[in-house]
Every structure is written in structure tokens, then in C-alpha cells.
Ligand binder design. Structure first.
Ligand code: ATP
Length: 591
């Protein structure tokens, strides 16, 4: 296949607004291409060469790309830089300078897709002291034979600016449209959720159809999207929703880890698919020693423990384990893992088994002790019993409880939030709502003491259906001086010249950010809002949902990707859980 076919498809996708139309453009393209090339095609649609959990990134520094454009176009770097500053987009710069050059050159040949993948792979893998030169050479080589549109996407891919709106959910829709029936869509999504590898799913369905997709199971070494809990406002409602009887576990306040225990070693993944093995080498080793199975996948919460008293310490302590430089930290911050689920054991995918069977497999599979513990669990049969268990969880310094269904259908639902698990936290007793994890999409310059720096942030929830970030509040409270001073370092990598394509907002901040940073926010109330765009028209025509009196808790959720921020749907459900004295509309922000 020629790379120009893919670049033209990117161009059509980019100029298309509606998701249905995008899906059908993609589906047409997927049907036409060689199934063997489909894996790399869908990775590139997302600006990658590998699945999300692959540690290496293609990212090439802007200044190297600038040099490569200047070299290929035969122009001084200063001229290229001028244009770059004006447009803010290396893709546009390359399109206007390089593509035209090719049209005038006799010695160029058509660029194949295969050559582009090889070239990008070489850029990603370039190492050593002349790695910068190697990268520039590889990119110029490709650009030498590229037309205008091809050059635009080459530069966007290598600089991590590839945004044609091809979110994972749209790609899955297109795969269903191209190779299966509408009713197969959930099975295709399940295959993605248990492998986190959209390229693998695309290749499998194109080559083997739905039979091959249904045969995909969890595999040691390939992270599984985590199952998530719903929330309810009281223990009585939790017990009632579970049909009067359920398991309750302590809800530990640490870092969630999915451990893939192989014959030769252990890999630990965070919930955003980062490799955490080097942060918890002691946990990895203990799990291997104490696991009786050859291979297993388990989940647990890693919690910091006071070295003398053995008490559990607050979340902030265990975050020291996420530092880059781990020297001394392993010794100074002792931890334990409290295991709560088992997804795989010795060749068997356990995700389709009910919770009691998975819990039993977990207990049987390990010799519990030392750093490796089970979550405290009790089967509860009344609200009173639930309240007593909740009190004991708080006394043990936990955040609350996790209720888990005991029903035959209580399978492990990878990547989904549902009522098979329900969380109830002590915070719910003090505030009207649970905390929100919101993506930063903009900032406002401060006044008075905060003059000259960011004083407030525009915060958004995520809608997985549309792939859009929709605003819910302007956040200006809860920042201490250190946080205010550190805001540019935290946020400025994501600076965007204009409103990012993935953001739906009416409120206009002084600067925009691509959603990358997630902050935890508490608030007094969710209200109808004329200005915020979350769940616009869902509760009331012309109104969205906003949150009132938002306050930053001090917790940067770097364990969550922006797509794992609180979803718009969750905010709608939380709104439904509040009592509504009036139907008034408020602007949803601090006064
Ligand atoms: P969510 O995970 O629902 O997106 P969150 O990360 O903000 O939200 P919480 O709302 O506090 O976290 O609750 C869910 C998290 O609680 C789980 O993802 C897991 O990390 C943690 N957890 C602690 N104890 C347990 C347990 N016994 N069973 C399952 N999860 C637990």
C-alpha cells in the first residue's frame, strides 16, 4: 500500500465532524487494506507504533523536526522557525515547504506504507551519541519522497500531535462495521478491554473474523483494563442494591496494581498501563515467591505501612514510591499489597467466573504473609452489619468499603464501571458528593497575589461515547503556594494555541491545554449550568452540569490518564443521587 492512501484517509477524517461519518470512512478504508497492514494502520491512526502499554514513545523533539524540515526543504532553519511560530503546527509547516519541493523534484519515488513504518521504527529506536543525527536523517529521508499531505502527517506523528479524532471507541465501531455485525460490537470491545491492544484486535478480526475475536482471552504480560465500581450515597442503599446480601471488603487508600506473574519474572502495571515494576521491586519479588501458580494475574492495592507500628499510612506516603530515583525509597517507604482479585491462573482465564470463585482461587493460589496480604472481607446480610463493617474499615485507617456482588453473574468486567462493585467512602458522609477527577483544559491568569501566573483552571469531565472533554467548573481554590508556583511545570507541556479539538467549552480561558493532567476536586453540589458543557441538554434543554464551590484536594491523579477522568455519565448519576430542592440554574463556580 502507498502511504499516500493512509495520509488521504487521515485528511478526510480530520475534515469530518460527525462520528458516524468518521466511522464509515474508516470502515471503508479497513475493508480495502491488506489485513497484515491493519495492525500498524490503527496504531498510526493514534500516532503510535505499538499498543498503549508499550513503554517507548515515538516522540521526536521539536527542534530536531525543525532541522529535518529545513534540511529537506533546503531552507535556513530561521525561516522554518518563523513559519512554525506563526502556525504552531509542524504539520502545516512541512506541508507548505516540503510537499511543494517534491512536486518539483525528479528524483523522488512513491512512499510505501511499509517504508514509513520502518523509518518511524528506526527513529524510535535510534540510540547512542549520534542518535539525533540519525533521527533527522530518517525523517528527511521519508519527507524527501512525501507529498504535501503525507509530510503533514509524518511531522504530526513524530512530534506526538496526531489528532484526527480516531479514538479507540470509534476505531472499534469501524472494525465492527467493516468485518462483523452490529450485535458483535460488545464482543469486539471485550477483546480490546482484555488485551489493551487495538492493533491486535484489528488484525485478529480482519484475518479470523468473530470466531477469532471470541477466542481472545487474558494473557500474562498484556495488561487488562481494570474493572471499576459505581457509588451509592448510603450503606443501606448499597445493601439493598445488592439484593440484601453481598461481600464487603475494606477499601484501601493506595495505588492499584495489576501484577502479571510469569514463570521467569513479574511485571506490575498501573491502572493507566504504566510499568510500575521498578517502583515496587520488593512487592514483585514477594508475589513471585508466595505464588503457588506458575503463571497468574492478580490485582491489589499497594499501601504504605508505618515501619514500627505496622499501621497503614495515607496515600501521599505511597506516592513516594513513584519517584524516578528509587534509591533508598524502597527501604524508607515499606509497603504491602492487599490483593482483591485474580484474573488468570495456570493457563485459565478466570474473568468469566463469579467473584466468590475468583476470591477462592486467589486465597488458594498464594501463601499469604509478609508483604502479601488479602483484603479484609466479610459477607454482609443487613444494613446494620454493613455499618459495623464500615466502622471497622475506618478504624483500620481505610477509606471506606467496596461492596461486591456474590451473584452467579458477578464476573470480572474488564474496563467497565457497574453495580457489581459499589464503593462507599467516609467522604460521602461529610460532602454532598464524591470527589471528582477532572482534566485541566485551560487556565486563567490570576489577579492580586496571583498576578502574572495561573490563578484558576478550567476543568473538564470525559465522555467516552464522544471522546470529548466537557467543562464542569472553573477551579480557583485549594492551591497552596508551592502548587501555584509549580503549575507551569505541570501544565505547560500541554499548551495549545487554540481550543483543542477534543474539548467542548463555552467558557474561554486565557490559555488552553491539551487534556493531560488530572486533578482531584471536591465540591459542595452539582447544579444545572448555563455555561458548562458537561451533559448539555441531558437533564434540561439548554443547560449543562457544573459543580459548585470546587476545591482542589492537593492530589494530582498521575495514576489516571485524562480518559480515566470522572465521566460525564458519572456526573449525571451523582446529580441524580443528590436531593434537588430547586431546579434553579447556577453558573456552577466559585462566586
Ligand atoms: P475509580 O477507580 O472508581 O475510577 P478512583 O481511582 O478515584 O475511582 P475510588 O473511587 O477511590 O478510586 O475507588 C476505586 C479504587 O479503590 C479502585 O480502583 C482500587 O484502586 C481501590 N481499592 C481499594 N480497595 C479495594 C478493594 N478491596 N477492591 C477493589 N478496589 C479497591
Amino acid at each position: 500500500m502507498l502511504y499516500s492512501e493512509l495520509a488521504d484517509t487521515f485528511d478526510r477524517l480530520e475534515s469530518t465532524g460527525g462520528r458516524l461519518e468518521m466511522t464509515s470512512i474508516m470502515a471503508d478504508f479497513f475493508r480495502r487494506v491488506d489485513p497484515k497492514e491493519l495492525r500498524n494502520i490503527v496504531y498510526l491512526m493514534q500516532g503510535k507504533l505499538h499498543p498503549d502499554f508499550y513503554p517507548q514513545e515515538l516522540g521526536m523533539a521539536d527542534k530536531l523536526v525543525l532541522k529535518a524540515i529545513a534540511f529537506t526543504a533546503g531552507m535556513p532553519e530561521s525561516k522554518v522557525e518563523e513559519l512554525w511560530v506563526k502556525t504552531g503546527d509542524p504539520g502545516e509547516v512541512a506541508e507548505s515547504l516540503i510537499g511543494k519541493k517534491k512536486q518539483m523534484t525528479l528524483f523522488s519515488e512513491d512512499l510505501t506504507f511499509d517504508r514509513v513504518v520502518k523509518g518511524l521504527t528506526a527513529i524510535e529506536g535510534a540510540e547512542g551519541k549520534d542518535s539525533q543525527d540519525k533521527k533527522i536523517k530518517q525523517l528527511s529521508n521519508l519527507m524527501h519522497d512525501a507529498g504535501p499531505v503525507e509530510a503533514r502527517y509524518l511531522c504530526r506523528i513524530v512530534t506526538g500531535r496526531m489528532r484526527v479524532g480516531a479514538g479507540a471507541m470509534t476505531i472499534l465501531d469501524a472494525l465492527a462495521e467493516a468485518f462483523a455485525a452490529k450485535e458483535d460490537r460488545p464482543a469486539i470491545e471485550r477483546a480490546f478491554n482484555v488485551t489493551c491492544d487495538i492493533g491486535l484486535v484489528a488484525e485478529t478480526i480482519a484475518e479470523g473474523g468473530m470466531d477469532a475475536i471470541r477466542a481472545i482471552g487474558v494473557k500474562v504480560g498484556s495488561p487488562v483494563k481494570v474493572m471499576l465500581a459505581e457509588r451509592l450515597p448510603s450503606i443501606a442503599e448499597v445493601v439493598a442494591k445488592m439484593g440484601g446480601r453481598c461481600a464487603m471488603e475494606y477499601k484501601y487508600d493506595g495505588i492499584r496494581v495489576q501484577a502479571h506473574i510469569g514463570k521467569d519474572g513479574v511485571k506490575l502495571f498501573s491502572r493507566r498501563l504504566e510499568d510500575l515494576t521498578s517502583n515496587f521491586p520488593d512487592i514483585a519479588q514477594s508475589l513471585r515467591t508466595r505464588c503457588g501458580c506458575g503463571e497468574a494475574i492478580i490485582e491489589g492495592e499497594c499501601v504504605a505501612i508505618h515501619p514500627e507500628t505496622g499501621f497503614m499510612l495515607p496515600f501521599q506516603t505511597v506516592t513516594h514510591r513513584r519517584r524516578k530515583d528509587m534509591k533508598d525509597v524502597v527501604r524508607d517507604v515499606p509497603v504491602r499489597i492487599f490483593m482483591f482479585d485474580m484474573l488468570f491462573a495456570d493457563g485459565k482465564d478466570l474473568t468469566g467466573l463469579p467473584y466468590p470463585e475468583r476470591r477462592k482461587a486467589l486465597e488458594d493460589g498464594f501463601s499469604i504473609g509478609g508483604m502479601v496480604q488479602m483484603t479484609t472481607m466479610k459477607v454482609v446480610e443487613s444494613p446494620e452489619e454493613g455499618e459495623r463493617f464500615f466502622s471497622s474499615a475506618i478504624a483500620a485507617r481505610c477509606e471506606g468499603i467496596m461492596a461486591k456482588s456474590l451473584a452467579p453473574e458477578s464476573v470480572y468486567r474488564a474496563g467497565s464501571r457497574g453495580f457489581l462493585w459499589i464503593k462507599y467512602k467516609k467522604d460521602y458522609q461529610q460532602a454532598l458528593t464524591d470527589s471528582f477527577d477532572l482534566a485541566v483544559v485551560g487556565a486563567f491568569y490570576g489577579m492580586g497575589k496571583r498576578a502574572g501566573r495561573y490563578g484558576a483552571l478550567l476543568m473538564a469531565a470525559f465522555d467516552p461515547e464522544t471522546g470529548m472533554f466537557e467543562t464542569v467548573c472553573k477551579l480557583g481554590t485549594g492551591f497552596d503556594d508551592a502548587f501555584l508556583a509549580g503549575m507551569p511545570d505541570l501544565l505547560d507541556d500541554g499548551l495549545s494555541e487554540s481550543k483543542p479539538a477534543s474539548v467542548e467549552a463555552e467558557m474561554v480561558p486565557d490559555v488552553w491545554f491539551e487534556p493531560t493532567v488530572v486533578l482531584e476536586v471536591v465540591a459542595a453540589e452539582i447544579t444545572l449550568s448555563p455555561i458548562h458543557t458537561a451533559a448539555r441538554d441531558v437533564i434540561k434543554e439548554g443547560a449543562g452540569l457544573g459543580i459548585r464551590f470546587p476545591r482542589f484536594t492537593g492530589r494530582v491523579r498521575d495514576d489516571k490518564s485524562p480518559e480515566q477522568a470522572t465521566s460525564v455519565d458519572e456526573i449525571v448519576r451523582m446529580y441524580g443521587m443528590q436531593s434537588h430542592d430547586s431546579d434553579g440554574i447556577s453558573d456552577g463556580d466559585d462566586p
